[in-house]
Ligand binder design. Structure first.
Ligand code: G1P
Length: 292
């Protein structure tokens, strides 16, 4: 079955980026000049996905406005004959449909996904987390779709991470079945390093079968009161085979300050209109002078 729908959980409070995120969503923070959320939406579009479902919360209206038509802006750009920018702002709202669902309380990723049950219905779907920005030749979610099409089962993105960072991630117990593809034998959400079953961390890209909803409905909240997607998947594992794909590409953790800065610098360096000047500027910097 073709993957037609993608879910974007965007209800998080963005506390790691306060005060920037006090009155505007963290998903609207730009890498150079494009908001984080647009990178992940474009990744889904490039993979042939047609319907985008955002799970939002209070204070996230800017995301809806961003993907809507903007009459005033488009009118002004038309008047100024600025067709390049006009095309740029019209492109996404013309290409795909957007749906918005409110997650009224911050009860975790699993709880957020469960809100989409009626909209998704009985078909497999994609989940993309905006904190993980992936630069790759083939969109990461498309790489997962290719594995899904081969095995007809849920597929989760994984990446090798340092042992000292493993407790920030869901971690899988893998059985390798082909190059970069694993059958998941077990998984655990944010284990202490000593209990991590491998160094393969779950990254925010998933292809899920609709049976995940039933599994999530039966999944209890954890100690922090949140329903974890990892725990829902662990339950699903009792009934269905789930695969992990070690995707090709460079992943940035734009959900923390250092990762966000690295992504900003590297995306700017790749830009044809900025890269050359920015590279020269970086080379001229005497970085040690900035140490206090
Ligand atoms: C979520 C998931 C976690 C996964 C991570 C990837 O955690 O719960 O399993 O490894 O995304 O970015 P979060 O980073 O939202 O706390």
């Amino acid at each position: 079955m073709k993957i037609k729908k993608a879910v974007f959980p965007v209800a998080g409070l963005g506390t790691r980026f306060l005060p920037a995120t006090k009155a505007s969503p963290k998903e609207m923070m730009p890498l150079v000049d494009k908001p984080l959320i647009q990178y992940v939406v474009e990744e889904a579009i490039d993979a042939g996905i047609e319907e985008m479902i955002m799970i939002t919360g209070r204070g996230k209206n800017a995301i809806e406005d961003h993907f809507d038509i903007s009459f005033e802006l488009e009118h002004t750009l038309k008047g100024k004959n600025n067709n390049k920018l006009l095309e740029e702002v019209q492109r996404i709202s013309n290409l795909v449909d957007f749906w918005y669902i409110r997650q009224k309380e911050p009860l975790g990723l699993g709880h957020a996904i469960l809100r989409t049950k009626d909209l998704i219905g009985d078909e497999p779907f994609a989940v993309l987390l905006g904190d993980d920005i992936i630069h790759s030749n083939v969109p990461a979610i498309k790489q997962l779709i290719q594995v899904y099409e081969k095995y007809n089962a849920s597929v989760i993105a994984v990446e090798k991470v340092d042992k000292k960072e493993i407790s920030s991630y869901g971690v899988i117990a893998p059985k390798e079945i082909e190059d970069r593809v694993y059958q998941i034998m077990d998984m655990v959400e944010k284990p202490p390093p000593s209990e991590a079953p491998s160094d393969l961390a779950i990254i925010g890209r998933y292809i899920l079968t609709p049976q995940i909803f039933e599994a999530l409905e039966k999944t209890d909240a954890d100690k922090s009161g949140e329903i974890q997607l990892t725990n829902g998947l662990r339950r699903l594992l009792k009934h269905q085979v789930i695969y992990a794909h070690q995707f090709e590409g460079k992943r940035y953790d734009a959900g923390n300050k250092l990762g966000f800065l690295k992504a900003t610098v590297e995306f700017a360096l790749r830009r044809p209109d900025l890269g050359k000047d920015f590279r020269e500027y970086l080379r001229s910097l005497r970085v040690d002078e900035f140490m206090s």
